[in-house]
Design a protein around this ligand. Structure first.
Ligand code: C5P
Length: 409
């Protein structure tokens, strides 16, 4: 948790006092805690005590002109690694489920692109009320993580479920939520629907390879690694442990995956070999077909005797090799095909030639603008046939493909 930032939304309930212990525990673990108070929360804890414990300014107002000018509430919700709501009152949960954005807390929760963990706490009747249970189901379906509530004596004198989880349990849930690779017993229960690949291992290859000519020169290609990176992130978001084997791509690798950096096709094959076994392999890399067989270990010099002659040797076909493994073949092997014409026929032939289960065929004819662009036109080829997807962003292709992989596994 060292160096991570938690945006802590404190709701207006009696359990707000637990947020004070939580701040102390998180700070002890090296976390930065940026506190946000709802109006109702201020009736239970003072902004001063929250600010003092967090060592941070307390954010309270949506319409704060100075702050908007300096940073803005959208930025606040994006700078954090995780958003945590303690206590998540019945009202806050209803607002979240309904998509309201009429104060700072609810607006941040709508604007964030990070995981959100809520610790519900309320009177037992309010907790068991069909409206709250309906909202809870909506939040879970939206991928919101929950911790608690516990069952026990309540401040209102009743007994039952509705007590906020204890700070230690919330810290444990935060630790798990910050580590997307760790399927957590706390997060696994009801969230399985949102994390169907929890406990699964997927290898993703991405980016170009670089084949040396001599110590300072190489042969490579223009692959940016954008599609492979998006796929790795989408698989991670569904709970998978991802081994991301990447050549020198221009797009940075996603957080929360095991990054294995390689240069050559031979190194990529060795890295995939070392990462096996896996439940699925997605080969999105643009592997150089050839390497220079007579690469020099010293810089080649210009010479009057004429030009150097490069000889080529064929690189290992990693996709075909993984698909043909007898004992360690992943259950699902997915390859890519970049085609400019006869997309379905060519990709169908490629699927059979490589021995993989699916081919994601890209139409890269110049008029599509797929190369280096943000979007992609994809046909998914499997044993069942060809399925054309409408043109969509590379992130959307990645999410759809990750969803299909989850279904297939
Ligand atoms: O044969 P072609 O390069 O068109 O096949 C593309 C697919 O095969 C991609 O999934 C790519 O990652 C994979 N591939 C590979 N190793 C190679 C060449 C291609 O894994 N040497």
């Amino acid at each position: 948790m060292q160096g991570r930032t938690v945006l802590l939304v404190i709701g207006g309930g009696i359990a707000a006092y637990k947020s004070l212990t939580l701040i102390r525990e998180l700070k002890r673990e090296g976390c930065r805690v940026v506190p946000v108070l709802t109006r109702a929360a201020e009736e239970f804890v003072t902004p001063l005590s929250v600010a003092a414990l967090a060592g941070e300014e307390v954010h309270r107002d949506l319409f704060d002109l100075t702050r908007e000018a300096q940073m803005g509430h959208i930025q606040l919700s994006r700078d954090a690694d995780l958003v945590v709501v303690v206590p998540a009152t019945a009202d806050l949960m209803a607002k979240m489920a309904g998509g309201h954005a009429d104060d700072l807390a609810s607006t941040l929760l709508m604007a964030t692109d990070k995981r959100v963990l809520v610790a519900p706490a309320m009177n037992v009747r309010m907790w068991t009320h069909p409206a709250t249970q309906r909202n809870l189901a909506t939040l879970k379906a939206d991928g919101i993580l929950t911790v608690g509530p516990d069952e026990g004596d309540m401040a209102c004198g009743e007994f039952g479920p509705g007590r906020a989880a204890e700070p230690e349990a919330i810290v444990a849930a935060i630790r798990d939520a910050l580590d997307p690779q760790r399927p957590s017993p706390l997060l696994l229960g009801p969230e399985v629907a949102a994390r169907p690949l929890a406990g699964r291992h997927v290898i993703v290859t991405s980016g170009p390879t670089r084949e040396p000519i001599d110590p300072v020169r190489y042969i490579s290609n223009h692959s940016s690694g954008a599609q492979g990176t998006a796929i790795a992130a989408a698989l991670r978001d569904l709970g998978a442990r991802v081994s991301f084997v990447t050549g020198p791509a221009t797009v940075a690798p996603p957080d929360g995956v095991d990054v294995i950096r390689i240069q050559t096709a031979a190194e990529m094959r060795d890295a995939v070999d070392a990462a096996l076994p896996a439940d699925a392999a997605v080969m999105a890399a643009a592997v150089a077909d050839w390497r220079v067989a007579n690469a020099s270990d010293q810089k080649m010099k210009k010479s009057r005797d004429g030009m150097p002659v490069l000889q080529f040797a064929e690189n290992p076909d990693i996709l075909a090799w993984v698909s043909g493994l007898a004992d360690r073949r992943p259950d699902l092997v997915v390859g890519f095909a970049a085609e400019t014409n006869d997309v379905v026929a060519n990709a169908t032939a490629k699927r059979l030639r490589k021995g993989c289960d699916w081919i994601v065929a890209n139409d890269v004819s110049p008029e599509t603008g797929t190369f280096g662009g943000e979007s992609n036109t994809v046909t998914l080829i499997s044993e069942a046939g060809a399925e054309s997807w409408p043109r969509m962003g590379k992130d959307e292709v990645a999410r759809k493909l990750a969803g299909r992989i989850a279904e297939a596994l």
